[in-house]
Ligand binder design. Structure first.
Ligand code: NDP
Length: 278
């Protein structure tokens, strides 16, 4: 590798499943940059040394995936988003400082912006299914966009309560049994559980109470077209899928490392769709 080549990587354990190299190397080729994006399989024991010496390892920044996102937060200088979400997924070197953010927040909101421009203009109520790591990013994004009430529906009630403790009274924990009533009054339904994912139990909910203007988003992207999104299409509702979020969350890391703001194009989407299909 020549010294003129800027390099970033995705760090995980394991890391071979990550689609980030496909996404970033597409943009590198598209923009004709002298840059590389690689995979680094790093154990939890080796992780602190690796990111503390990122430049010495040849990198200007990195994406962080399981199981290192919480450790990355502690070992870097996080921005408000990473702190609020409690996890860092994007690192960059800034004049010797190792900074971090969480781009799932903007991945979620930018994907909705692309799918339904103006979706947040009059949004008062949203229903979020799940209360795990991705739910924290979604809730933070919804609060940033001015959503007044976020009904957090989760199998384990304590985790929905923890979302309220973290983000404040706009988060309202609710039980699955209240879902039908909540759906009748919401403009947005988001699935952040792993239900509906290949190999997981299905997400069995009845969408008929939703208003015809409601938007349905699913974070699950394997399969691409989840049963939830298929049911929403069948009802003629607007949707935003998990692959769109995955692509949009990659934009800012690329810009931070390589100085070019890339676009989520139909060609990139087709490339990743093809890879997911294999
Ligand atoms: P977590 O493990 O942090 O949370 C999982 C959530 O799913 C919890 O709320 C959990 O409920 C719920 N859940 C799991 N199994 C069941 C079940 N059988 N019945 C009811 N609820 C269940 O995962 P993440 O939040 O990190 O990820 C969730 C999904 O989002 C995954 O499919 C992941 O691939 C996807 N994702 C997609 C992204 C994208 O860019 N598109 C980004 C990040 C995640 P409980 O608290 O009760 O255990």
């Amino acid at each position: 590798m020549s010294n003129d080549v800027r390099a970033a990587c995705v760090i995980g354990w394991p890391v071979k499943h990550s689609r980030s190299p496909l996404i970033h190397n597409y943009w590198i080729r598209l923009h004709g940059l002298a840059a590389e994006y690689r995979r680094e399989e790093i154990t939890p024991e080796a992780f602190p040394e690796f990111i503390s010496n990122l430049a010495a390892h040849g990198y200007v920044g990195a994406n962080i995936t399981l199981p290192h996102k919480e450790a990355a937060l502690k070992l870097s200088e996080p921005d408000d988003r990473a702190l609020a979400v409690g996890a860092a997924n994007t690192l960059w070197l800034d004049h010797g400082h190792l900074r971090s953010t969480n781009t799932d927040v903007e991945g979620f909101t930018a994907n909705l912006d692309a799918a339904v421009p103006g979706w947040d203009a009059a949004l008062e109520d949203a229903v979020v299914l799940g209360a795990g790591g991705s739910a924290r990013a979604v809730v933070y994004g919804l609060i940033e966009r001015g959503c007044e009430r976020i009904h957090a529906v989760n199998r384990t009630p304590e985790r929905a309560e923890a979302l309220r403790a973290r983000f404040g009274p706009s988060v309202q924990p609710a039980h699955w049994s209240a879902l039908s009533h909540l759906l009748a009054h919401t403009g947005l339904l988001v699935n952040t559980t792993s239900l509906g994912m290949t190999g997981q139990p299905p997400l069995a909910i009845e969408l008929s109470p939703l208003h015809e203007d409601a938007l349905v988003a699913d974070l699950v992207y394997a399969p691409l077209q989840t049963a939830l999104l298929a049911a929403a299409h069948q009802r003629g509702l607007a949707t935003a899928d998990g692959l769109g979020m995955l692509l949009h969350q990659a934009v800012r890391g690329f810009q931070l490392w390589f100085g070019v703001r890339p676009e989520v194009t139909a060609e990139l989407r087709a490339l990743v769709e093809d890879d997911l299909g294999r």
